[in-house]
Write a protein that binds this ligand. Structure first.
Ligand code: DQA
Length: 142
């Protein structure tokens, strides 16, 4: 079974981007660890990143079309703005787990509202890059 791991805007800059908040791992580093963990769990991962909101919407639809077991979604700043992502999550039956490296609730007020979280099955946030691994492990508990 495949798990889609969808990453939104600016997450291609991980490793260089505000490392005091997001850490030094790149998205490729995280993808490598997810692949290793997925193998241990008898899963596979399809890790993608886009800076474009519509790509994320299309990939959510694709997750359902290919019968993905779940989606891990770090929508970056679209988390806090995107009714389109909210509707896409509601529009598919595939369970979506919201993921964040940081804990948005400890940060600026504009990060406290999550259109993704209001539609997602569950949220994992605040573990740094390990948030993705915690979320992947949680797929077995869906
Ligand atoms: C983030 C948190 C968001 O508020 C921010 O816009 C990001 C990254 C995280 O993983 O901590 O781009 O989703």
């Amino acid at each position: 079974p495949v798990v889609f791991v969808l990453n939104g805007p600016n997450l291609n800059l991980l490793g260089m981007r505000e490392p005091e908040i997001y850490g030094h791992d790149t998205l490729d580093d995280i993808a490598g660890r997810l692949e290793d963990r997925a193998q241990e769990l008898g899963l596979s991962v399809d890790v993608r990143q886009s800076n474009h909101e519509g790509h994320l919407v299309d990939w959510l639809h694709e997750a359902q079309a290919v019968g993905a077991k779940a989606v891990l979604l770090n929508a970056g700043a679209y988390t806090h703005t995107s009714v389109a992502l909210h509707d896409a999550i509601k529009g598919i039956k595939t369970p979506v787990i919201e993921v964040h490296l940081s804990n948005p609730h400890k940060r600026e007020e504009f990060r406290h509202k999550s259109y993704v979280g209001m539609a997602a099955k569950a949220t994992v946030a605040g573990f740094g890059p390990a948030s993705y691994i915690v979320a992947l492990d949680a797929v077995l508990h869906l």
